[in-house]
Write a protein that binds this ligand. Sequence first.
Ligand SMILES: Nc1nc2c(c(=O)[nH]1)N[C@H]1C(S)=C(S)[C@@H](COP(=O)(O)O)O[C@H]1N2
Ligand SMILES: [Mo]
Length: 394
Amino acid sequence: MRLPEVRDVPRAIPREDDFSSWLRSPAVTARLGFWLGITFGLAFVTGLISHWAQTPSPWLAFPTSPSWGYRVTQGVHVIAGTAAVPLLLVKLWTVFPKLLARPPRDVRELVLHGLERVSIAVLVAAAIFQLVTGLANAAQWYPWQFNFRPTHYALGWIAIGALGVHIAVKLPIIRTALASDVDSTAQDRAGTAAGPGVMSRRGLLRTTWAAAGVAVLATAGATVPWLRTVSVLGVRSGTGPQGVPINHTAAYRGVVAAATRATYRLTVVNGDREAKFSLADLRAMPQTTASLPIACVEGWSAGATWTGVPVRHLLELVDAPAGSEVLVESLQEHGGERVSTLPGNFSDHPHTLLALDLEGEPLSIDHGFPCRLIAPDRPGVLQTKWVGRLEVTT
Ligand SMILES: Nc1nc2c(c(=O)[nH]1)N[C@H]1C(S)=C(S)[C@@H](COP(=O)(O)O)O[C@H]1N2
Ligand SMILES: [Mo]
């Protein structure tokens, strides 16, 4: 069945045919898409790792080694997402006229066309949502009401699913485009200019790669120490007290009074066994020193040397068996990151510490005085500060 053609309607909105730039070619779009696919793939995989680290699985324990593992995967996550921003913007520019394409008149084709449009709309919306919320999160700006983590996680699946469909649908075009020269006109839409105008295709691609490179350099310093000085966009890339940045201060979390009280006691509980230790008691226990990073989910990280009592030692004092899962509770009464769970393989690890010192000096109040949890290969959000209580939960 054919639908009547709409003719002679005055055009306020341009049509696909009104765009003729030599740069808007599948030869260019496919090359941008290739790298966009890589950045989204990296962000997806490292995002799954971060989700796993924060949602302990009873079937598959998150590993405690290498101790810098989460630092690397989360650094890659944020860097890949940042690099994707210029790639996505330029790619959308190259395909933008398709938005104005006239729908086919054949009903069957119209349905297919509509389905493709919907899948592209989902992909573009999810991709933009992920990049915008991810960047805002890395900048610690939360201009929304929803809970960031579950939303970003769910949309990650939607984005990667829609990306898979998109690649499958476009595969023939992608393969031809990538196999031929970037100046090839073989797949260009009729009406595309026959040669370069203000810019060559190679020039556009080089400019885009450079923009992605600048975006990476501007954020990577939050995790890569020697890049600190060039990272104008690196959040928390500067040094804080004792050489480690501070995310949430004691004043912000309202724990100054509780953390500095002379009557401070650490409570360790295993069923009906309960023990209490003063700061002096903790200092008198065997101490372990370990080099472990703070690796924030927001992408910044910093390596440091911590000294304190192994959590395993404290658990032995209340007869907790090996592999005990432990609930770590802060003196902090309100707000986020108040408690965290240490899975059994983490509480067993000799470098999982209740740290008292950072770089050889007592912890500053903002780093968690009198003591804070620090464990290998663990997201920063779970490295609980101002610890008041450890409770064995299994
Ligand atoms: N009790 C408590 N612990 C906390 C936080 C917090 O707000 N409250 N912030 C967490 C976050 S998000 C990070 S990245 C690390 C940062 O530790 P630092 O401030 O010593 O660098 O502490 C974690 N521990
Ligand atoms: Mo964090």
